[in-house]
Structures are given as C-alpha cells and as structure tokens.
Design a protein around this ligand. Structure first.
Ligand SMILES: C[S@@+](CC[C@H](N)C(=O)[O-])C[C@H]1O[C@@H](n2cnc3c(N)ncnc32)[C@H](O)[C@@H]1O
Length: 312
C-alpha cells in the first residue's frame, strides 16, 4: 500500500515540521488506528516526489490488475468486480474525466468511487450556494475534500484527523490546490482555507467556525463510542441552522474483539434535525462487502421551523 505524490521542496519542509510537531502528541486513539498508524511512512524519494505507505494502493498495481482482468473477462461470465467497474465507468468516469482528470492516473477506481459518488450525491441534495464552510471528521487522504473544494464555493474546510494521516491529506490537496492557504497543525497561516486539527485539541475545536456542512465518511465506524459522541456533540454545536450533516458509515463493524460499532446506536440528535435522505451506498455494496454502508443526510432545522407557537 504505497503511493507516490509530487511535492515541492517547500511543502516537504512543511510536512517534516508537521510530522515533528505531531510526534509530540500523545492522543488516546482506538486500538485499530493505533496499529494502522504504525504502518504509515513518508519518504522523500526525489527533490519533487514523496512516497507514502499505509493508506492508498499504488495505481500501477491497480492498472495492471485492470488490464489482466479485462482480458480474462472476455472469456468468462461477468463477476462482481466486472459489474463494479462497469458501474464506475458508466456513472462516475465522465464526472472524473471532466473535473478531475489528474486523479485518474494517480488513484485506482476503488479510491475514487467513494468521493466521486458522494460529491455527485451532495450536488443533488445540498444547494450549491449553501456550502461555504465544511467540517469533516476523519478526512483521510482528502479526496472528498478535494472534490468538494472544487465543487462548492467553499471559504473554509476544517478537517479533524489523526497525526499519522494528516500529512497525507496535505500532500494530496497541495498537489492540486494552492498550499499557501492550507494550515497544518503547528502552523499559523493568515486566513487559511483548509485547516487540519487534531482530535484532542479541544481548545482549538471550541473555536472551529460554524459549518454549513458537517461530514463523516467511514470513520465513526472505527471509533470508540465516546469519540463518536464527542463528534456528534461538536456537529450539533457547530452546524448552522439549515446546515447539513452527512454520515456515511457501515451498518455494523467490529472495532475490537467483542465490541461492535453500530450505525443505529450513534447518538443521533433527538430533535431539531430532519432526515433529508437515507440510502445504501451503492458502490460500497457493489464492492461485495456483506454489511452495507448507509448514507444518512440530515438537515438542522432553522429555529423558526421548530419553535413552539406562543398561542397554540
Ligand atoms: C477509513 S478512514 C476514512 C477516510 C475518509 N473519510 C475516506 O472515506 O476515505 C478513517 C479516518 O478516520 C480517522 N480517524 C480515526 N479515529 C479518529 C478520531 N478519533 N478522530 C478523528 N479522526 C479519526 C483516520 O485517521 C482516517 O483518516
């Protein structure tokens, strides 16, 4: 699981400083992410390229599998993998080719399907002019952040993530967008457009700008219950009335032996929100996993909508 990313010497210096800064943090993270974080590695392989291990698959390996798969598929009935790629080519490839052609050679279909399908989904459900401030918990490799930053007129995108993965998100975004407006932990940039924060940095999180869209994609399913609760709390506090909450997570996942994380047991708001839409994530299902991933899109009601009438 290694990928190479172009990176300027200036951005590499920033990554090195951020890694040194992030090393000083001693966050209580889930066993699962503690183990995964130890597999992450950032290596400068030339003056303008970095290799990152631990997260994305190399597109070369994916492409060669693609080629072999296509050849073999001519001689046998369609497999679930063929069906996945057909749906990808039909439903997502035109969008990726027109808006993100630079990603196609760098990332394989499975990495691109999730952010591309979610961007198209949000584009249908959430009015364009409504999305100026986004908070994402667990942005990972930041492909969704990249697509949403290009899709909506975003002024501020705040990402809360773990130390091991923040540099990867920065490298991916900095490869496509203006890195001078991105703020890594430990930096102080004037008027940043993209900001990364650490989970435990409560003081900073208390000052997170309000958001019009609050997102979590496949990371609550890997967190301890207390962490999920604290993010629901943050969502309820920081989401503007009329703002949207998109939660995309597996219906059920084991986070450690004997402990399951269940979508239906998240601390969903009891009032003041409406469910705009709930569907099973099609591409996640096409990829063949037994337990579906659910997309729930909620809207925080404006105070006028749920105020109790004085005389009635
Ligand atoms: C499976 S990845 C998903 C990344 C991305 N949302 C996606 O769908 O590709 C889970 C993400 O959650 C992050 N994460 C895990 N525990 C976290 C925590 N307590 N607070 C914030 N992020 C966390 C991980 O670092 C990682 O970026």
């Amino acid at each position: 699981m290694t990928i190479e990313i172009p990176c300027t010497p200036e951005n590499w210096s920033r990554v090195e400083r951020a890694i040194a800064h992030l090393r000083c943090n001693d966050l209580p993270i889930s066993e699962y992410w503690d183990a995964r974080s130890s597999t992450f590695g950032y290596v400068r392989i030339s003056s303008d390229r970095v290799s990152v291990s631990g997260y994305f698959d190399s597109p070369d390996r994916a492409n060669s599998r693609d080629w072999v798969r296509r050849l073999v598929s001519l001689f046998r009935p369609a497999t679930p993998d063929d069906r996945y790629h057909r749906a990808f080519n039909r439903e997502l490839l035109p969008f990726l080719q027109s808006r993100h052609s630079g990603l196609l050679g760098q990332f394989e279909a499975h990495e691109l399907a999730k952010p591309a399908s979610l961007t198209l989904y949000l584009g249908e459900k959430v009015p364009y002019e409504k999305v100026r401030r986004i908070i994402e918990i667990g942005g990972g490799g930041c492909l969704l952040a990249l697509m949403l930053l290009r899709f909506y007129p975003v002024d501020k995108y705040t990402i809360v993530d773990l130390p091991a993965i923040i540099p990867l998100g920065f490298l991916v975004l900095a490869n496509f967008l203006d890195s001078s407006r991105m703020q890594l932990p430990g930096e102080k940039i004037e008027d940043p457009k993209v900001v990364w924060l650490l989970p435990s940095n409560d003081a900073q999180q208390a000052h997170i700008d309000p958001a019009d869209l609050f997102i979590n994609v496949t990371s609550f399913q890997e967190m301890e219950r207390a962490d999920v609760s604290s993010y629901f709390d943050l969502m309820e506090r920081r989401l503007e009335p009329g703002g949207y909450f998109l939660c995309v997570n597996r219906v059920e996942k084991q986070i450690r032996p004997g402990v399951l994380s269940r979508f239906c047991e998240y601390p969903w708001p009891r009032s003041g929100f409406e469910i705009v839409d709930e569907t099973v994530d099609r591409f996640a299902s096409l990829s063949g996993h037994k337990r579906p991933i659910i997309r729930r899109l909620m809207r925080k009601m404006t105070s006028a909508a749920y105020e109790i009438p004085q005389n009635g």
